[in-house]
Each structure stands twice: as structure tokens, then as C-alpha cells.
Design a protein around this ligand. Structure first.
Ligand code: DMJ
Length: 387
């Protein structure tokens, strides 16, 4: 932990802190809580920026932060600084130290004050100036879990965090208006917004949104629960098509809806599958809310395909081309394969009372955190922030 090494604030939070917190809640062993808190302390220096929007990367020893070289104009990434809320609220809840809660609430307040082009949140925000970078908006990579955490902040608060719910509702309304379209062949997809132009391409990552729309349906304004559940089902269908239209029956990293193409990858470097969970995640949520057996059938197809094409002698591997029956492996078993893909498959074939939605909310890495029944407890606390 005192290594002179740089880490991603987002990755450490969703995988390690989220995983340790879930391990603590599930086992009751203090050691997991202690480790989560020690790790979180190491991330706090990342928030020492002129705006309080954290750097993407922090050095565990020196506390010096920086951003990814590829990010627009030195920006931090929406899906990274916007995916800390659940874990940080739990850290304050468990320790009584208000610092974590204050950090993520500060991010929320700052975002609430900013102008949004067409009501959309760009993926890039400069932590020095507090200005947006390029006006790119995505429900896939670079944007995805920001929207997920707005909804889950509300669910995790036992639906008392109505500010989070309203922010989520406004965000997905703008997304539906500007990013969601139906293809000529009748497939609903979520495109990417780039400087006023809609790119008719959907990433595998964006497939999680089907589950998110279903999870958020109950509690949506204007009696639109049925509408959001239906949209969730349409996204699930489209993402299943992206799997079904391949040779191996596992979907590509990104697929297009353009010039006669429907739900297929075009570029060679978008044809890979790296054991990602989002499509199976959406099947699980859709199953829970509808009990339509097709979701279990689709999940089983994916499980069989993973077993057939991704199993290698040392475990499971990603593959480079889902349109080839002779897979070339990338020789990596991503950590989200166990944390998410297999967990969501397991849950898809389990009863609804296993990790019920009344009691648990899954972080973006599928680590379950309990719903907090705070009653009159205020998280701001009275103790000074420790830094
Ligand atoms: C996971 O690490 C998380 O779900 C993240 O939010 C984005 N997707 C990857 C796995 O594909």
C-alpha cells in the first residue's frame, strides 16, 4: 500500500474497495472493512485539485495525481469520477468519517451547477478549470457507470436520496431524446453523441443500460415505469442480436447500425470479446422484473458459448474475433469475468430471494452493498474531515 506505484482511482474503487466492502458486509469480518478504509485513504489525495474533481490516477506513495494522456484537454472522465458515490457513502457510514461523503457530494453539486449541452453530460471534465472537454456523450465507455450510480445512489439510500433520482431521470430523458434510435430493421440502439452528431454505433459496454432502465422503472416520473421496462427489453433484444449474429454467439466490443448493417461489428479492432458481463447483466435484471424465460435461454446460450470458445487450459480467455470459428485468444482472464459475468449468470438461474433488490444494490463491478436504512442519521456527521 505504500508502494511508489500509480493506480486508477476508479478501478481501485470499484474492484478493490467495492469488493472489500461487500466481503465485509457478507462475512462480518472487520479485517475487510479495515482494508477498504486503508485503501480509500490512499485515494483521497486524488481529490486535491482546484475543483475537487479527482484525478484519474494517483500515486499511492506520494499522493500525486494526474490524468490519462489520451483524455480530451487534460480532463477527468465522467464514468471514473462519477463512479465513486456508492462506495464512498458506505465508507462514511461505516467509519463515521465524513470526508468520503463530502468528496462525492461535492462532485454532485459541482455537476448540478454546470450547463449541459442538450441536457447531456459530456464524458470529459477538466479538473483544473471545471470546464467540459470535448462534447462527447456515451452510455458505453467513459460515461456508463456515472448514470448507473445516480440510480443506485437513490436505491442504496432506501429511496430517500431524491436528488440522485431526479438527476438520473433528467439524464436518461436527454439520453433517450438524443442518443436512442430505432434501426431500419427495428432494433433499438444507443448511439454515441459526438459534437452535435449521432454516431450510430453501440458499444458492448452500453448493453448494461437495458438492466439499468428496468431497475429504474419503478419510481420513474409521469407513470412511465412500463415505458422504461419496455426500453430495457428492447435494449436486451438488440444486444442479444449482436451476440446471435456472430459465429461464436458472443457479442463484439462495438456494433453498428449504418448503411444496411445491423448489430454487427465492422472494424477488425471492434470484433473482440473479452468476457464482458453487460449483456448477461441486462438478462438478469430483465429476468428479475419480467420472469420471461427467454432471458434464461439467452443467458444459457452465452454460458455455453463461453464454455465452448473461451475455456483454455488455465481458465478462460478473451478472443479477438467473434466472427471466426477458429478463435485467437488474447490470453487474459479479466477480473470482471469472475466478479460479474459468472456472478450474473449464477444469479440469472437463482431464485429472486438470493440477494433481493429490497436489501442489496450491486456496485458497477457486481459487488453487493446493502441498502442503508439511515432513518434520521445524517451522513455529514459532526466530526471534521480527516485528510
Ligand atoms: C466493469 O469493470 C465495470 O462494470 C465497469 O463499470 C465497466 N465495465 C467493466 C466490464 O466490462
Amino acid at each position: 500500500m505504500h508502494e511508489n506505484a500509480e493506480v486508477s482511482v476508479f478501478e481501485v474503487n470499484i474492484r478493490f474497495i467495492g469488493g472489500l466492502l461487500a466481503a465485509f458486509y457478507l462475512s462480518g469480518q472487520e479485517m475487510f472493512k479495515l482494508k477498504a478504509v486503508q485503501l480509500a485513504e490512499k485515494l483521497l489525495p486524488a481529490f486535491n485539485t482546484p475543483t475537487g474533481i479527482p484525478w484519474a490516477i494517483v500515486n499511492l506513495k506520494s499522493g500525486v495525481g494526474r490524468n490519462w494522456g489520451w483524455a480530451s484537454a487534460g480532463s477527468s472522465i465522467l464514468a471514473e469520477f462519477g463512479t465513486l458515490h456508492m462506495e464512498f457513502v458506505h465508507l462514511t457510514y461505516l467509519t463515521g468519517n465524513p470526508a468520503y461523503y463530502q468528496k462525492v457530494m461535492h462532485i454532485r453539486k459541482l455537476l448540478a451547477k454546470m450547463d449541459r449541452p442538450n441536457g447531456l453530460y459530456p464524458n470529459y471534465l477538466n479538473p483544473r478549470t471545471g470546464r467540459w472537454g470535448q462534447h462527447h456523450t456515451s452510455v458505453g465507455g467513459l460515461g456508463d457507470s456515472f448514470y448507473e450510480y445516480l440510480l443506485k445512489a437513490w436505491l442504496m439510500s432506501d429511496k430517500t436520496d431524491t436528488e440522485a433520482r431526479k438527476t438520473y431521470d433528467d439524464a436518461i430523458e436527454a439520453i433517450e431524446r438524443h442518443l436512442i434510435r430505432k434501426s431500419n430493421g427495428g432494433l433499438t440502439f444507443i448511439g454515441e453523441w459526438k459534437n452535435g452528431h449521432l454516431e450510430r454505433k453501440m458499444g458492448h459496454l452500453a448493453c448494461f443500460a437495458g438492466g439499468m432502465f428496468a431497475l429504474g422503472a419503478d419510481g420513474s416520473p409521469d407513470d412511465k415505469a412500463g415505458h422504461w421496462l419496455q426500453l430495457g427489453a428492447e435494449i436486451a433484444h438488440t444486444c442479444h442480436e449482436s451476440y446471435d449474429r456472430t459465429v461464436v454467439k458472443l457479442g463484439p466490443e462495438a456494433f453498428k447500425f449504418d448503411s444496411g448493417l445491423e448489430a454487427v461489428a465492422v472494424r477488425q479492432n471492434e470484433k473482440y470479446y473479452i468476457l464482458r458481463p453487460e449483456v448477461i447483466e441486462t438478462y438478469w435484471y430483465m429476468w428479475r422484473f419480467t420472469h420471461d424465460p427467454k432471458y434464461r435461454q439467452w443467458g444459457w446460450e452465452a454460458a455455453q458459448a463461453i464454455d465452448k470458445y473461451c475455456r483454455v487450459s488455465g481458465g478462460f480467455s478473451g478472443m479477438k474475433d467473434v466472427y471466426s470459428s477458429n478463435p485467437t485468444y488474447d490470453d487474459v482472464q479479466q477480473s470482471f469475468f469472475l466478479a460479474e459475468t459468472l456472478k450474473y449468470l449464477y444469479l440469472l438461474f437463482s431464485n429472486d430471494d438470493l440477494m433481493s433488490f429490497e436489501s442489496w444494490v450491486f456496485n458497477t463491478e457486481a459487488h453487493p452493498l446493502p441498502v442503508l436504512h439511515l432513518g434520521n442519521i445524517t451522513l455529514q456527521g459532526s466530526e471534521p474531515a480527516q485528510q
